[in-house]
Design a protein around this ligand. Structure first.
Ligand SMILES: [Zn+2]
Ligand SMILES: [Zn+2]
Length: 437
């Protein structure tokens, strides 16, 4: 027997006996740190993660690419440091809340009688960050030793685009030196019994279009006003949105396979002490759109559409992108992680989830966007996966919650996945396929 496989077999048999309520109270502690934008308590979150690392004797490092925005990196060294490492990524920040619309305060981590833990971040994504830690805790307690090095990264600013967080990290020497072979990052909650899993995601193009036009009396009909110019654009955007949404409604495409475009703000008018001046047509008007582009879309044709139909100079329009993530990599290929036999991590993940009594759905493109893109574009395989099933999707919604049993089950799933990923090298893989499958 290979010592590697026998060691992973023996730990299979061991039961982890720690009281689950301490894992839940650690999760509550993390959820109670208010890391909502625009003023996330990053320092407190970092201190909490560092205290967890100390309790597990993990190496830790705080990388501050931008002052006040700490990124905590934990390391569990593998016995063969020459192997590519495993990186488990999660973000520490959360989106803001409308507190009055919640049944329980969003940073109290209240547990109701059904065991549902209410908190902003309970699904997105303080759950996975601490589930990684708890899985490591269990693996350490069981005597497991990883073959490849395991890193855990807790990054800031994901919810505002990641420029000062994952992006700087992915571009850093520190990241290059980690020699990451496979990365796990957040996925999405699944309302059914199967976990969702993602090999790619849509790219955000946050577009602002601006119109200018002749100002004038509110009672006068004339051409080329800023408002009219903007409204023509909005009509054109709406037609395009309908065409994309129809593909989804008719079942021809999944949500994540079309270009979504949603108007997120409108800004125009001349302010007055009671609201807006009513008898003046303003000379400027603008609108913002959250556009998400799937990796298989043609970015050139969308750029042309924006330039010629949504914001044509001929109609006194200009546009800018608040964020424009490239759809293609530097070789002109869509940014995605292979899901075929060229990627051995897929088979390992599927098998490991199954061993933990879980099941994966068919791999999908994420409708939203995660930090995984910054690593995928470098050629690092990245899988989006949050082990949350049987739960309504409340990411960015009021009353976000996660049931404590689902949280604990997710820890077992990660335990199995980390063990499979960190025990595996090419030798082990060929050994398994030759003798066991
Ligand atoms: Zn997230
Ligand atoms: Zn989010």
């Amino acid at each position: 027997f290979s010592p590697l496989l026998s060691s992973s077999k023996s730990s299979d048999a061991e039961e982890y006996s720690e009281d689950p309520s301490s894992a839940i109270s650690r999760f509550q502690q993390y959820l109670r740190i208010n890391t909502a934008h625009p003023n996330p308590q990053y320092r407190e979150a970092a201190d909490f993660i560092l205290s967890q690392a100390r309790s597990l004797s993990l190496h830790s490092q705080t990388l501050e690419f931008v002052p006040g925005k700490p990124l905590v990196l934990l390391k569990w060294p593998g016995s063969d440091p020459t192997l590519p490492s495993l990186l488990l990524n999660s973000h520490t920040d959360v989106v803001p809340t409308e507190d009055s619309k919640w049944a329980h305060p969003p940073f109290a981590a209240h547990v109701d009688p059904a065991g549902d833990i209410y908190a902003r971040g309970s699904q997105d994504t303080k759950c996975i960050g601490l589930q990684y830690v708890e899985a490591v805790r269990r693996l350490k307690a069981s005597g497991f030793t990883p073959l490849r090095t395991i890193y855990l990264s807790f990054v800031p600013d994901e919810e505002i685009g990641g420029s000062d967080g994952a992006r700087k990290f992915a571009e850093s020497d520190a990241f290059r030196d980690m020699n990451v072979g496979i990365l796990l990052d957040e996925g999405l909650t699944s309302p059914d019994a199967n976990y969702k899993v993602f090999y790619a995601e849509r790219c955000p193009w946050w577009l602002v279009i601006k119109a200018t036009g002749a100002p004038g009396h509110g009672a006068k009909l004339y051409d080329n006003t800023a408002m009219e110019n903007l409204m023509k654009s909005i009509e054109s955007v709406r037609r395009f949105r309908d065409s994309q949404f129809d593909l989804v409604k008719s079942g021809l495409k999944a949500d994540s396979e079309v270009i979504s475009v949603n108007m997120v703000f409108l800004k125009a008018g001349t302010p007055s002490p009671t609201g807006f001046v009513m008898n003046l047509q303003p000379s400027e008007a603008e609108a913002g759109f959250d556009v998400r582009v799937p990796p298989n879309a043609n970015p050139k044709s969308l750029e042309k559409r924006i330039d010629e139909e949504w914001a044509p100079a001929s109609r006194n329009m200009t546009f800018e992108f608040k964020q424009k993530v490239p759809v293609l990599d530097k070789f002109g290929r869509p940014v995605l992680t292979a899901t075929d036999s060229s990627n051995p991590w897929w088979a390992l993940l599927e098998e490991a989830v199954k061993e933990a009594n879980g099941k994966l759905s068919k791999p999908e493109i994420n409708v939203g966007t995660t930090d995984a893109r910054y690593f995928r574009v470098l050629g690092v395989p990245a899988i989006g996966f949050s082990p949350i099933a049987n739960t309504p999707i409340l990411i960015h919604d009021h009353n976000e919650f996660l049931n404590k049993d689902e949280y604990l089950k997710g820890i077992s799933v990660y335990e199995s996945v980390i063990k499979a990923f960190a025990s595996n090298d090419d030798h082990a893989r060929s050994w398994i396929s030759k003798y066991e499958l």
